[in-house]
Design a protein around this ligand. Sequence first.
Ligand code: TXA
Ligand code: MG
Length: 321
Amino acid sequence: MAQKGQDIRLAANFLKEGKLVAIPTETVYGLAGNALNPAAVASIFETKNRPSFDPLIIHVSGIGLVEKYTEDFPKPLQKLAEKFWPGPLTLLLPRKNNIPDLVTSGLDRVAVRVPDHELTLALLASLDFPLAAPSANPFGYISPTTAEHVDAQLGGKIPYILDGGPCKVGLESTIVGMEGEEVIIYRLGGLEISEIESIVGKVKIKDHSSSNPQAPGLLESHYAPRKPFILGDLNEMIPGFQTRKVDFAVLSFTRQIEGISGERQFFLSKNSDLKEAAANLFAAMRHLDESDAEVILAELMPEVGLGRAINDRLKRAAAKV
Ligand code: TXA
Ligand code: MG
């Protein structure tokens, strides 16, 4: 178990020594280290068991710091930053040489964001370096949305978890960059496409999978529980599993399903609210993964607003390598 608390100075001291600290953000908890210290960055990869071809996001306390680490800030992306930072938006920008290769996996863009969490913003403001932070989970597993989630898997490997309570958004940031004049979304996330389009007009969504390791958060199998996770129409799937006497658990959008015990089902939002569903998603997946059911049956959300990003995570959780 790691020490947990709200002590920003203690967290800052560990980070200055090159150690790692888990940090709260509005999206998910991050596993943070000094982005300018290659040894600290290397230990992020090691602690998460993450392949080094998967680049990291750097976190800064405000938009004014972007120019310190990047060569150029195209106008459309600048407008997005002005509107949505601090918030669940990550921008891919041409990097300066002060960013170690390990952070970007040798790519010429660096991912930057300003997270929206009081504690982490105060922590960043007290440091003279940015924090590289992937989600604080072992590679490929469900992202953590509470300090307890982090502690359960990485607690033995890090000295401190800055405990900022449950994450408000619950889905990772939306990753945006440019190719020529075009604004591209590389990962669907906590900031909705429509909000982005309201500022920069029509965008293109590059929904890659394992064939394109540009953003391995987009690997086909990712965010995955250990148990078989089967996505489909619950009404069609449930009777079959009942007849075969398979011990299953159910993850649904709003409904409670009759004849299944409360421990064996989890619905994401009573009032069909996709924001609420997003905030509950990863905790629900973990909860069911930890139950003693043999398989998890789940349904897709409506493919609108945050529903698209939630469905992206559900499909990757269900994908088998
Ligand atoms: O909400 C979030 O973004 C959270 C919190 C902690 O900030 N972080 C997060 O990090 O989700 P991570 O490492 O789990 O996912 C970052 C994604 C990866 O899929 C990575 O491939 C992509 O960002 N990425 C980072 N730098 C990139 C780059 N230079 N070019 C393309 N993709 C990049
Ligand atoms: Mg991740």
